[in-house]
Design a protein around this ligand. Structure first.
Ligand code: HEM
Length: 506
């Protein structure tokens, strides 16, 4: 084709795109640059940058429209805008943007978290809700939680007796990971250690978080950049190690065969049994089973351990809240009691309020997991095109001054009393650390006893202090960048034994 025809064709396409963009009514947007759009405006901690942009450029409707490289993106930053979105447009935005990392690390996105909206996601999610994370199944893992919390207390006691300080992140991550791993695969000992090593590898975060070559470049040059920078190789290596690990566990489960009583099954047993039974129309291939198991472990570990780390930091920074919570625990658990009975957790109203307040201020997924629209939608009168990514800034929503009194203060009392009190299960849009609507987290019932049992045990058995020379002012450190938001600097505290007895290790 002659070059002048090519040039004319390109010009027509360009003018068409410009015309379409101009004629469409989009939400407010900051000035942008060619090619990268607004990418340069996003700092290392994305949810903070997005709130700053909202304050500076967004209108009163809590919406902002950004062009992040090639990706049109809608950002929702207020409780009112989130309520409108989840009540009226949930279906339109129920998909996920595809990513190279998600495709490779999660077997073509055949896990629940990254699956595009459609029949496979619907059936996979149903399996998660009905078979893996139902209240009855969660209850069946009580012995796993009891054993792992006993190990957590034993580890802490050794540190306390040696008069040493402990890095909470490592301790809590080990605990959360052990519970998730045992529930998902039954693995303990060496297998669990290997899994911890794979999880501890920070590469998946680095390879999937932040902006990727595909965000700016068309597919072919993006692949070239991945190849030249070694990103591809790192990703392939990681995929291979994970796959070998998961394949070995699946093989071991197949060899063992089914036949466990249902209450003794781990997730992998359940998935293999459902395959035998012809589960709900979803073809449970080995890859899908591996993706599901990996999804559950990944979704359960960082979220829970980060929440616990932030909780301990807030309690140390707020001694009034710490002593009130210790008082509540002392009223329910007698001083010589070695283990905490899970039903007793339901008697601790303030405990639940503390976790709500921590998740309001420090949601582990501050922008949820990105959604994507599958159809055009008119939101607050703005015309949002199909294939627009959606970030719901739950970190900003938790601090929205229109709905929260003194939003930056750590005050669990705001959740005590009140009828009905604000909950985090996806219907009170000012508090949605687990998301809302179709994509809401199915793991809330799994997460709560894991969090509550650990915190109550750590406060029942130990007093906690800052190491010598560290002041409360040093606790305010902000978040590290990434898809989840651990503290930028790990929390280090000194435990002192309050009880002499050691809970039985199982
Ligand atoms: C403190 C603990 C947790 C928090 C704060 C949390 C938060 C979230 C959030 C924000 C999402 C995304 C919602 C959205 O995109 O709209 C999500 C999705 C998900 N979570 Fe959790 N989560 C936690 C624990 C767990 C646990 C323990 C499990 C499983 C054992 C789990 C499994 C999942 C799955 C499978 C999804 C994907 C749902 C979908 O795409 O439909 N999560 N979680």
């Amino acid at each position: 084709m002659p070059p002048y025809l090519l040039a004319a064709g390109a010009l027509i396409v360009f003018l068409y795109i410009i015309k379409n963009r101009r004629s469409r009514k989009l939400p407010p947007s900051p000035p942008s640059l060619p090619l990268i759009g607004h990418l340069h405006l996003i700092g290392r901690v994305a949810h903070r940058s997005l709130l700053e942009l909202q304050v500076r450029y967004g209108g009163g409707g809590g919406l902002l429209f950004l062009q992040l490289g090639r990706r049109p993106t809608l950002v929702v930053s207020t409780a009112a805008a989130a309520a409108d979105l989840f009540k009226n447009h949930d279906l339109a935005f129920a998909s996920r943007p595809r990513s190279v990392g998600g495709d490779k690390l999660m077997y073509e996105c055949s896990n629940v978290s990254f699956a595009p909206y459609g029949e496979n996601w619907r059936r996979g999610k149903k399996i998660a809700v009905v078979h893996l994370l139902s209240p009855r199944r969660v209850e069946s893992f009580a012995p796993v939680r009891a054993a792992e919390v006993a190990a957590l207390v034993a580890r802490t006691r050794r540190t306390a007796e040696a008069g040493e300080a402990v890095e909470l992140r490592e301790l809590l991550n080990g605990y959360a990971n052990a519970v998730a791993t045992r529930a998902a695969t039954g693995a303990a000992g060496a297998t669990a250690e290997k899994l911890k090593e794979l999880m501890g590898n920070s590469e998946p975060e680095a390879l999937m978080a932040g902006f990727q070559p595909e965000d700016v470049l068309p597919d072919a040059p993006a692949r070239f950049v991945r190849w030249v920078t070694g990103l591809n190789k790192k990703l392939e290596d990681l995929v291979e190690s994970w796959d070998k690990f998961l394949s070995d566990i699946v093989a071991a489960h197949k060899e063992k065969g089914g036949g466990d009583a249902e209450e003794d099954e781990d997730f992998l047993d359940v998935l293999l049994r459902l395959r035998e039974e012809g589960a709900d129309g979803l073809e449970l291939t080995d890859d899908r089973i591996k993706a599901t198991v990996k999804d559950m472990i990944a979704a359960a570990t960082e979220t829970s351990s980060q929440t616990l780390e932030w909780t301990m930091a807030e309690l140390i920074a707020n001694p009034r809240v710490m002593s009130k919570l210790q008082g509540e625990i002392a009223r329910v658990v007698s001083a010589d009691q070695t283990t905490i009975a899970e039903p007793d957790l339901n008697k601790m109203e303030y405990l639940r309020a503390v976790f709500k307040e921590v998740l309001r201020l420090h949601p582990p997924a501050p922008l949820l997991v990105p959604h994507e629209s599958t159809t055009p939608a008119v939101v607050q009168g703005y015309e949002i095109p199909a294939k627009t990514a959606l970030f719901v800034n739950v970190w900003a929503i938790g601090r929205d001054p229109a709905v929260w009194d003194a939003p930056d203060e750590f005050r669990p009392e705001r959740f005590v009393g009140g009828s009905p009190s604000v909950d985090f299960r996806g219907t009170d849009y000012q508090l949605i650390p687990f998301g809302a609507g179709r994509r809401i987290c199915p793991g809330i019932n799994f997460a709560l006893p894991v969090l509550e049992l650990a915190l109550v045990s750590l406060l029942h058995h130990f007093e906690w202090e800052l190491p010598a020379g560290v002041g409360k002012a040093d606790l305010d450190v902000g978040e590290a960048p990434g898809m989840t938001t651990p503290r930028r600097i790990p929390l280090v505290l000194v435990p002192k034994c309050r009880t002499l007895v050691q809970p039985a290790l199982q």
